[in-house]
Design a protein around this ligand. Structure first.
Ligand SMILES: C[S@@+](CC[C@H](N)C(=O)[O-])C[C@H]1O[C@@H](n2cnc3c(N)ncnc32)[C@H](O)[C@@H]1O
Length: 253
């Protein structure tokens, strides 16, 4: 198992802070399609408390909160966390939206079994190594109640930007200043320890478009070991790709 962290030229936290400072709604004003689908799933399963990882500017946070779900929204960008806090106060949703600045490579600041569900849209495909992603999913498992739901999306290896830009190790590439970890279905299954995968869907989002895997899982018992099975993927060793990113859209991931 590869245990190094992704190495990029651009400091990603500062990059996201800058992106969000320069754009009021970088991913748009509307909630994502994944959030709409997840809201139905959460309603059917009586979800009352939700932990959202990598909430960005809160397009999905507000959809959940407006529909009576208590959302704890986490991001490492202070810019978006204070933005969401102010917006929640203005819209009278402060009692349903709790925000926290937190880098997800550090243990979650919550008690065991304290949330009904966990949601993350395009967070696990950020500048995170496989070991760091496994750590986040293990932490998520810890804070979920028994049978709790975990929904996440990631950029897929079918995405037209896969293997473009600068290679940063594993299946991680820096494209136009944004570091993206691309997932295969095999990687999703390998990372599902402690969970039962309920479904894996494919979805396109945005104008690039981004090709996403959307994964729905249910918390299962603690596994005998959290160690990941050995990877059958051949690890790439070159650090530059000769493939150019297809028509990068300025300012968009
Ligand atoms: C692709 S954006 C998605 C934002 C939001 N989920 C959405 O769809 O609108 C990824 C988000 O993850 C955050 N992020 C990236 N790495 C993080 C980390 N290690 N810890 C916490 N947040 C992180 C970024 O600041 C950014 O807001």
């Amino acid at each position: 198992m590869t245990d190094r962290s992704a190495k990029s030229k651009t400091d990603q936290k500062s990059h996201w802070d800058e992106v969000f400072t320069n754009s009021e709604a970088f991913f748009g004003e509307e909630p994502s399609e994944l959030a709409r689908i997840s809201l139905d799933l959460f309603r059917q399963n009586g979800v009352r408390s939700l932990l959202e990882l990598g909430c960005g500017q809160g397009r999905d946070t507000f959809l959940f909160a407006q529909n009576d779900i208590e959302v704890t929204a986490l991001d490492y960008s202070e810019t978006v966390v204070s933005e969401i806090r102010e917006k929640a106060a203005k819209s009278g949703l402060s009692s349903r939206i709790c925000t926290r600045t937190h880098d997800l490579r550090i243990p979650l600041p919550f008690a065991n079994e304290s949330f009904d569900a966990c949601y993350s849209h395009m967070l696990l495909c950020m500048e995170l190594s496989t070991v760091e992603i496994a750590f986040i999913l293990r932490e998520t498992h810890r804070i979920l109640k028994p049978g709790g739901l975990a929904v996440y999306s990631v950029r897929s290896s079918f995405d037209k930007h896969y293997q473009t830009g600068t290679h940063c190790g594993e299946d991680i590439y820096e494209i136009g200043g944004f570091v993206v970890h691309f997932f295969t279905e095999e990687k999703i299954r390998r990372l599902s320890k402690g969970y039962e995968i309920l479904k894996i869907d494919r979805m396109e989002e945005g104008s690039l478009p981004r090709d996403l895997f959307c994964v729905t899982m249910e918390k299962g018992p603690v596994p005998e070991t959290w160690d990941l099975e050995p990877c059958e993927e051949i690890e790439m060793t070159d650090h530059k790709t000769d493939k150019e990113a297809p028509e990068p859209t300025p300012g968009k991931t």
